[in-house]
Structures are given as structure tokens and as C-alpha cells.
Design a protein around this ligand. Sequence first.
Ligand SMILES: NC(=O)c1ccc[n+]([C@@H]2O[C@H](COP(=O)([O-])OP(=O)(O)OC[C@H]3O[C@@H](n4cnc5c(N)ncnc54)[C@H](O)[C@@H]3O)[C@@H](O)[C@H]2O)c1
Ligand SMILES: O=C(O)CC[C@@H](O)C(=O)O
Length: 526
Amino acid sequence: MSKVLVSDSIDQAGIDILSQVATVDVKLGLKPAQLLEIIGEYDALMIRSSTRVTQEIIEAGTQLKIIGRAGVGVDNVDVPAATRRGIVVVNSPEGNTIAAAEHALAMILALSRHIPDANASVKRGAWDRNSFVGAEVYKKTLGVVGLGKIGSHVAAVAKTMGMKLLAYDPFISTERAEQIGCQLVELDLLFQQADYITLHIPKTPETTHLINATTLAKMKPTARIINCARGGIIDEVALAAALKAGKIGGAALDVFESEPLGESELRSLGKEVILTPHLGASTAEAQVNVAIDVAEQIRDVLLGLPARSAVNIPGLGPDVLEELKPYMQLAETLGNLVGQLAGGRVEVLNIRLQGELATNKSQPLIVAALKGLLYQALRERVNYVNANIEAKERGIRVIETRDASIRDYAGTLHLEATGTLGTHSVTGALLGEREIHLTDVDGFPINVPPSKYMLFTLHRDMPGIIGKLGSLLGSFNVNIASMQVGRKIVRGDAVMALSIDDPLPEGILDEIIKVPGIRDAYTVTL
Ligand SMILES: NC(=O)c1ccc[n+]([C@@H]2O[C@H](COP(=O)([O-])OP(=O)(O)OC[C@H]3O[C@@H](n4cnc5c(N)ncnc54)[C@H](O)[C@@H]3O)[C@@H](O)[C@H]2O)c1
Ligand SMILES: O=C(O)CC[C@@H](O)C(=O)O
């Protein structure tokens, strides 16, 4: 019989499902060394957010077939390490949506009416009705940052309370926002006009410290900010300083840069601040939902069936998967790359399947390309199951063409994304059986393997330009791992593709564009 280790507290409904097919050991509060010692015995691991599943744990888990995260965020799992070992990582993208949305709404009201401090005061024996005069939310403006599953529900409920709704989400169409009753605006306008700002975005390099001293300074002195999304989206030091100086009116946080929250200025502030210990998903209903959702997937995988919400490996039969897997990775990488080159909201994705890919069996590659494209917006919430639906909901039109003629490679995949900021295209193929190569960017032929951090420039092919760019990157201490120029004619337009060892430091793209001859520059993280 298979063995499942449950190392965080999970609702009994999940344990009952796992027990149908496996011996289940519930061992809470394990130290990393203890987990490392026993993980080799188990076929599956089920966690919430406390267990950190590092590369070391994954490598020691020689029997592991699946890691199940009863919740959404898989930030505590080294997913690439699991993928390398062929371990499926599953989550529950929707099981706690309502719980998190209701927590944000509760924070908005609790902050407006000083409920936590008023309650504490009565419990201390006082009857102070003067210190807790609140504010109404009726007719106030709510700025929703991130109009996905949770943000949309918060907006819908807030509307019924008579709030005016502004939203910022660069990946959502105006029509979709209007359906929810929100006016889609630029972030600065939202910051300037909102009485309440509620964050419902993933934590990404772009959203880290989105709320900082500069953005806080743009808000109304009465503005209240709510974060039930992810710690680190708000710079907590800057927030505490803004609250102390009366630059904004209040804040309610459920998530923190470091959890559990350690020493923090925020703890010393008064009724204008509410802090909860990451309780967004902590309702009985959500815990049953996520436990059942994830336990069912673990059960299915242990029985040899596909998982419905795999973060890394799709729910395809093993033989199809084996054949298509390298091409799935190619499609996902190209989708992710073209999405970042296009920036903003993509409206049309043209996908051309060429050579041996021009068959109906390649349909999963379309899904993989969409998963890659949506990764910047949705992170671990997009998977092979929901990528099509998410793309449809975002109004992305997908146009597929197939061409069976074979050119330089047995099979090539070409993606062209047109969005609010223009059109970009990428083509890729496999070298040998599984080595991904980019063979074209924006119509310029190149031949480079993708790397984690890349820089692309569109420039004029002329003497000295490579040297100038190299010196500029050197002056910012950026190490170039490889570089290639693609051009169609000598001294015409060209594309440069550079693999760099680290992410580009802030501000350097603006400097690169100032180099004479360089017209555009894009940085991507794959
Ligand atoms: N506090 C909790 O316990 C708890 C529980 C569940 C989810 N969460 C968190 O809540 C957040 C939202 O979850 P969801 O289910 O609504 O996710 P979702 O994927 O449905 O929606 C996220 C939205 O953010 C948008 N987005 C991405 N990058 C953006 C950017 N730079 N600026 C503006 N918008 C951007 C996306 O287009 C998308 O519409 C996530 O961070 C999730 O981890 C927290
Ligand atoms: O309580 C939890 O398990 C974390 C909930 C939430 O942050 C998630 O990612 O699903």
C-alpha cells in the first residue's frame, strides 16, 4: 500500500479520502532535518504553508510521486526541483477564494469601525464611545488591485454596499472589468482617488514593494490599505512610517514579508492598524474544500490517474505525456517569453504548429503555450486545466494554424502575441530530443537556448554597439553568459539576445535604450 505523509494541519475530510488508498501518517511540526530523514519512505506528501519542501527534501524523497498543497500558493515548494524529478505538484486554485475575499471585506469594515480596538476596550471593562467613531464605506471609492478570482468577489460585494469601484489589472479587459462593475484605471489614478485600496495580486518581481514610500505618498491622507494577498507586496517599513506621519489613514494586513511576523513597528501602532496571522483561507468551509480537492488528486495520482490541477505536469495519460513533454516545455517557455516581450494585456495569440507538430495530437501544446503566456499574470494559479478558460475570460483570441511542411527542424512552434503595447513573436524548436532553442525573435533568426534571465534589444546593426552595451552592463555589474545577434541584412535592423547571470538591476533598461542605435530593450525571466 502507498504511504502518504501529511505534515501540516489538514481537514479530516482530506485524510479520509487519502486513507481509501494509502497508509496516512500525520506528523505536524517536523523540523527540516526530521522531514529529510523520513521523506524517503513516502509516495506522497500533503502540506499547507508551514512545511518548506526544498530541493534537498525532494531529492531525499526517492519514492515521491506527488506533493499536494492544500491551498493556492506553492511558494513553499521548489517546483522546478520537483519537475526535474518527475514529481507532480498539485494545488487547489479556487478552494479558498471566497474565504480570502470575505477576510478582505471583513478587514475593510473592521478598519472603518475600529472593531478590534473597540472590542478590546469593552473586554478591558471600559465603555468608551468617543474614541471609536468610524467611517462609512457607502459611497466611498474602493480601489481593487488585481481583478482575478478574489478581487472580483470583493468588488461584487463592495458594490452591493454602495461603494464606487476602481480597478487596476493590466491583464484584464475593460469589458470584463465593466461586467464586474469596475472602472479600469491606471494605478496612479487608483492610488490618488481611492478611499480604500485592497490588494489581490500575486507576489512577483513586479509587485514586490508595489506599495512603497513613493506610492504611499500618492494616496489620500485618509486612505486605508488592505493586504490579504501576499506579504512583500507592501514595504512594511515604509507603511509604518506613512501611518505614523499621518500620510495615510489606516492599514489592515493578513500577510507579511516574513511569517510569522517578527519585530515590527506595525505592532506598536494604534487602532488605525489591524494585523491578522495569515487567516485569509482559515474558514471551516475553505479548509474542507482545499483538503478534499488536493486529497482527491493525490488519491488519483497514486492510482495512476491524472491530476486535475497540476502546477507542473499536465493531466495527460503517461504515454502521450512522455511523447509530448519536451514540446510542452517548449510551448510553455515560448508562451512565457512572448507574453513578457508583449507586456501589458495580450488580445490575440497566433500559434503556428509546423512540421511534425502539425497534427491534432499537438492540441495540448496550445494549452501549454497559454499557460506560459498567462504565467506573468496568474503565476501558480494557471495550470493545464484552467489555461484555456482563463484565456477566454481575459478575452484573449487564440488563432491556430498548422503547416506540415518540414523546414530546418522536425517540428517548430511559432507564437505571435498582439496586445495593448504592440506585437511580438518568437519561434522555437527542439535540438536533439529535448533541448529547447529559440530560433527566431520578432522575425530575426537566432539560435540560442533560453536561460532564466535574458535581455533582448532591437537595434541598428552597426560597429561598436555590442561593445557599448557590454560596457554598460559591466558598469552595472551584470555578467553576460552568452550573446547572439540576429539580422536579416547587414547594417539593417537586428535583434540581440543575451543570457545574463542575474536579473537586471532596476533602471538599467532606461540606460540601455539611451545607447545610440538601440531602439528597444526587453528583459525577461523564464
Ligand atoms: N490571505 C490568504 O490566506 C490568501 C488566500 C488565498 C489567496 N491569497 C492570495 O490572494 C491573491 C489573489 O488570489 P486570486 O485567487 O484572486 O488570484 P487570481 O490569479 O485569480 O487573480 C490575480 C489577478 O492579479 C492580476 N495581476 C497579476 N499581476 C498584476 C500586476 N502586476 N498588477 C495588477 N494586477 C496583476 C492578474 O491578472 C489576476 O487577474 C494571491 O496573491 C493569492 O496567493 C491569499
Ligand atoms: O492557510 C493557508 O494554508 C494559506 C492560504 C493561502 O495563502 C494560499 O496560498 O492558499
